[in-house]
Design a protein around this ligand. Structure first.
Ligand code: ATP
Ligand code: PRP
Length: 218
């Protein structure tokens, strides 16, 4: 946990930072430096007792779980892949919305292969989500862990299918892939360190209430 008189919020640069700004505003908090212009990883706010730390999206749960930050905002995808425990998740913030899906090359007969019961090679960054999904369907898979550019895997013959995030579908389209199966809707959640919740109860309770009042509607 960070020092007793400071609230530290872990955010990732890009869409999570941008989409969390209106929620912070509802809590009377304004970040006073632009992460796209500054090289700083600790950003001050208009409130002397609140600061933002910038971490990789996949590191947010780790920071919050181990007390490097009191709170954070992380995608459901990231939370399902995070192997730790003890994170309190009080709010679905309904931001950074997209879906997790299975995609293949247009000439790959996904339904046919599933029906036949053949093994499928699946490339993904989301190993836990993919494994659970195919296990629930009773489909045998070889999972190939990648850290990015999943779309390339079916195009190069590395895999038959990918499990990746889809929003507009433009990335799949640009790479001539088709979405064949949605797995789940994804949005980002507020996560809170358990000890902070007890020791910084009042400021954290106020922040949760303000965030809750500003959650965007569908
Ligand atoms: P890392 O930097 O740790 O590899 P990342 O590149 O996935 O993570 P972002 O692209 O900033 O980080 O995504 C942050 C979160 O936003 C994801 O965990 C997911 O929940 C959501 N997200 C990802 N892509 C989209 C998208 N195209 N539209 C909407 N939300 C998305
Ligand atoms: C995410 C995701 C997909 C893309 C889907 O990538 O990994 O590639 O968005 O969005 P679309 O359906 O609207 O095209 P992102 O833009 O975050 O880039 P990244 O791979 O650098 O994270």
């Amino acid at each position: 946990m960070t020092t007793a008189d400071t609230i530290t919020l872990a955010l990732s640069k890009g869409r999570i930072f941008e989409e969390t700004l209106p929620l912070l505003k509802a809590a009377g908090i304004e970040v006073t430096e632009d992460p796209e212009k500054s090289r700083k990883l600790i950003l001050p706010t208009n409130r002397p007792d609140v600061r933002v730390v910038l971490v990789r999206a996949t590191d947010v749960p780790t920071y919050v779980e181990h007390g490097g930050a009191d709170l954070g905002v992380a995608g459901k995808d990231v939370l399902l892949e995070h192997e730790g425990q003890g994170l309190y998740q009080p709010l679905d913030l309904n931001i950074a919305r997209c879906r997790m899906s299975v995609a293949v090359r247009a000439d790959f007969d996904y339904a046919g292969v599933v029906k036949q019961g053949s093994r499928i090679r699946v490339a993904t960054k989301y190993v836990n989500i993919a494994r659970d999904h195919f296990a629930n369907k009773g489909v045998h898979v070889d999972i190939i862990k990648l850290y990015g550019s999943m779309e390339l895997a079916p195009l190069t013959g590395l895999a038959d299918a990918i499990v990746d995030l889809v929003s507009t579908g433009n990335t799949l389209k640009a790479n001539k892939l088709v979405e064949v199966e949605p797995i789940m809707d994804i949005s980002s959640r507020l996560v809170v360190n358990q000890a902070s919740l007890k020791l910084k109860r009042e400021p954290i309770r106020q922040l949760i209430a303000a965030f809750e009042s500003a959650i965007p509607k569908n």
